[in-house]
Ligand binder design. Structure first.
Ligand code: MOS
Length: 732
């Protein structure tokens, strides 16, 4: 029987073992354990498993924005040399890619076509080329309807969505009356377009049925819940499905849940009795995997003559397909960022025939803080205050909505330290010019809610004195392999090479998965707890108390004795750790914070904006690995620059089709678009978060980043553009 250490987070963990262990690995900017594999091309991604006798599938999308599928003529497709089968399973195909964590089966059926490009069939062939040719030859008989694709024209149809992880509506005091009475106020609408995760690795699955067991090699962020979705979709039992996702080439939310290619591959593999590989083309990734909703956000702020907020209103309208629950929670951070007695955060939803909207990196804050933090910049100007001073005056003592304390909150220090490093000294708007370039600086606050998710891990101490860490948690490029090795190595007294981390396989203990910035805290805590249990067992073997035990350099040291671990573990010593969320979620408001500062140069002739300087300071509890943490922040800031300047899914006004459905026309920033980014972390511990005292960082960098750019553009030009992205045409 395996020993298990379980912790439900209901009280703070004031003493973390990470403070007293002696290996010295935590926080170090260590290189990625998986780095050499990746640069050598030896990290195997979903589509790269070399299975014998694999067949290739290509998905067929419906070329209408709304319609009823009456029939499929596959005669011509089957006539293509090499085509094996055309799989049409109208009852089981997914209408939509799924949100993460949902356990509903993604099998609404595809007779009803609700968005352009929705997948309705899979052509399977001996080669990818034949499958592609066959897919192009499939003839769909569709009774076409008129899709709802005019968001601006349908704002009045917005309705209240069901409450999700956050309520759709919250209100206290009398925000509208307080706005009218305010000494200083601003009231504007910001809009952001549909955005796409645009992960480097396309959505891909190889499905393989062997002996009534389905193995899916799939690009997924959350294998444990993805497995449940697959079980529901295909009516399978837990021991009949295995998901393998050892390496994932980015997800950013688009791989939280299963997509059509995984279900189609599974159905085809079962029917054909051989492995089937389905890789979405880049265009299909854009057409038919989850987008971030466009938003229309009204933010109105009122303050007294001293700049103390009296009212905060954040009314958001987003879009999603008919029948879907998800709404982009743009007001997430507005609930707790600033003080003010009168407050309203509201979300409404317009039903549209654009593809499913769902979670994309920092769902809520990524676009919500654009409106909120630009609004704060405008209010600062109206109140005659520096934007840092305005925020300082509105720093709440406790959560201003719920009245509960913050776990740790170091926003003010992030602003102050960041301002020093950046050299924050903004000039009057539109007063600084360098030749043809208008120069300006801007800042914005950052915050991302911290969450704990159930997660488990197993550690085996082997007879040779090394450790094997196993969990179905993923590493989507974030550094999971590395930080889990650091935590296990630190607590077990082992060097990095002696810790073998194995991830992304549902035959291992279920992990939290990579989502919502909870991965490191949750999966890391499960490894911590397993190691804590092993330390207790080693202490027993050493006849000492766990508190008297030192584990260092592969040795157990206590009572003036020093014994190699290998001599203590017999055939191997195994323990599991399980972390669960608890009352800490309600008793304290937990978030990581930061402050962004940037300089932009706007060309006075062309309107082109270049970001020329950047510094951000973050406070996210204990930093587990300074290099991978900083890298996460870099990535988030780059996302923010993209949101501010270039990223926009353009929907065809007739059909809703995403017309810029590739990386040539959906513009994510490239190296030349990004200056050297400076990122600092404050020393902070958050005992309410988890035993690591670490908070999530994956989505912190993006939150507020685009607002800093927009505010800098205003400072450079004197023009407030509230319709993002801020492309050059809007500045001329
Ligand atoms: Mo994140 S949008 O939860 O992958």
């Amino acid at each position: 029987m395996t020993d298990t250490q379980t912790l439900r987070m209901s009280a703070p963990v004031e003493k973390s073992l990470l403070d007293t262990a002696t290996q010295g690995l935590i926080g170090l900017p260590l290189d990625r354990k998986d780095g050499p594999l990746k640069v050598a091309g030896r990290a195997t991604y979903a589509a790269e498993y070399a299975l014998n006798d694999v067949a290739y599938g290509v998905l067929v999308g419906a070329p209408v924005g709304l319609g009823k599928l009456k029939g499929i003529d596959d005669t011509a497709a089957r006539a293509v040399p090499g085509v094996i089968d055309v799989v049409v399973d109208l009852d089981r195909f997914a209408r939509n890619p799924q949100q993460g964590g949902e356990e509903t089966a993604p099998t609404q059926g595809v007779k009803d076509i609700d968005y352009w490009g929705q997948h309705v069939a899979l052509v399977v062939a001996e080669s990818f080329e034949a499958a592609r040719e066959g897919a192009a030859a499939v003839v769909l008989d569709i009774a076409e309807g008129t899709p709802d694709v005019d968001f601006d024209g349908r704002l009045d149809d917005a309705e209240k969505p069901a409450d999700s992880m956050i309520p759709a509506h919250s209100e206290s005091g009398n925000p509208d009356a307080a706005l009218t009475a305010a000494a200083v106020s601003i009231d504007h609408v910001w809009t952001t377009p549909s955005q796409h995760s645009a992960a480097m690795e396309p959505h891909a699955t190889i499905a393989d049925w062997q002996d009534d067991r389905l193995t899916l090699y799939s690009a997924l962020q959350m294998p444990a819940s993805d497995k449940k979705q697959m079980m529901k979709a295909l009516d399978l039992k837990a021991d009949e499905v295995r998901i393998v996702a050892r390496f994932v080439g980015g997800g950013f939310g688009s791989k939280l849940g299963v997509s059509t290619e995984g279900i189609a591959a599974a159905i085809a593999s079962q029917q054909l009795g051989r492995p089937v590989k389905v890789v979405m083309a880049r265009q299909q990734v854009f057409d038919a995997t989850v987008r971030r909703s466009n938003t229309s956000q009204r933010v109105a702020l009122g303050a007294d003559a001293d700049g103390k907020l009296t009212t905060i209103i954040h009314d958001t309208i987003t879009s999603n397909l008919p029948g879907e629950d998800f709404f982009e929670p743009a007001g997430l951070a507005t609930h707790f960022m600033y003080s003010g007695d009168n407050r309203r955060v509201n979300h409404d939803l317009v039903r549209m025939n654009w593809l499913l909207s769902g979670s994309m990196r920092a769902p809520g804050e990524a676009v919500g803080m654009i409106a909120l933090e630009c609004a704060m910049d405008e209010l600062a100007e109206a109140a005659g205050l520096d934007p840092i001073e305005l925020r300082r005056r509105n720093e709440p003592d406790v959560d201003p909505e719920k009245g509960v304390p913050f776990s740790t909150r170091n926003l003010t220090r992030c602003m102050e330290e960041g301002a020093k490093v950046f050299g924050w000294a903004p000039a009057e708007p539109a007063t600084t010019r360098d030749g043809e370039w208008l120069v300006g600086t801007g800042m914005a606050a950052s915050a991302r809610t911290n969450l704990t998710m159930p997660s488990s891990a197993r550690i085996t101490l082997t007879p040779s004195g090394t450790a094997i860490v196993e969990t179905d948690m993923t590493d989507i490029g974030t550094g999971t392999y590395t930080i889990l090795a650091q935590i296990a190595g630190e607590l077990l007294g082992l060097a990095m090479p002696q810790v073998d981390v194995r991830l992304g396989d549902t035959d291992m203990p279920p992990g939290a998965g990579s989502g919502g910035s909870w991965g490191a805290g949750s999966a890391g805590s499960s490894v911590y707890l397993a190691a804590e249990k092993l330390r207790e067992n080693i202490a027993k073997a050493m006849d000492c108390d766990a508190t008297e035990l030192t584990l260092k350099d592969g040795l157990a040291i206590a009572n003036n004795r020093s014994v190699p671990l290998a001599d203590l573990v017999g055939d191997g010593m195994v323990a599991e750790g399980v972390i669960k969320p608890g009352k800490n979620d309600q008793s304290h408001t937990q978030a990581a914070y930061g402050a962004h500062f940037c300089e932009v140069r706007v060309n006075a002739t062309t309107g082109e904006t270049r970001v020329s300087r950047w510094h951000s300071t973050f406070a996210a509890g204990r930093i587990l690995n300074e290099k991978t943490a900083r890298s996460q922040c870099f990535g988030g800031i780059v996302f923010g620059i993209g949101a501010a300047l270039t990223e926009e899914m353009v929907h065809d006004p007739r059909t809703g089709q995403v017309v810029n459905h590739d990386l040539a026309e959906y513009h994510v920033p490239a190296n030349a678009d990004v200056p050297m980014l400076g990122v600092d972390f404050l020393v902070e511990r958050d005992p309410w978060a988890n035993p690591l005292q670490a908070k999530g960082i994956g989505e912190l960098g993006i939150s507020g980043a685009a607002a800093a750019v927009a505010n800098a553009i205003y400072n450079a030009t004197g023009v407030r553009v509230r319709e993002l992205p801020i492309t050059l045409d809007k500045l001329l």
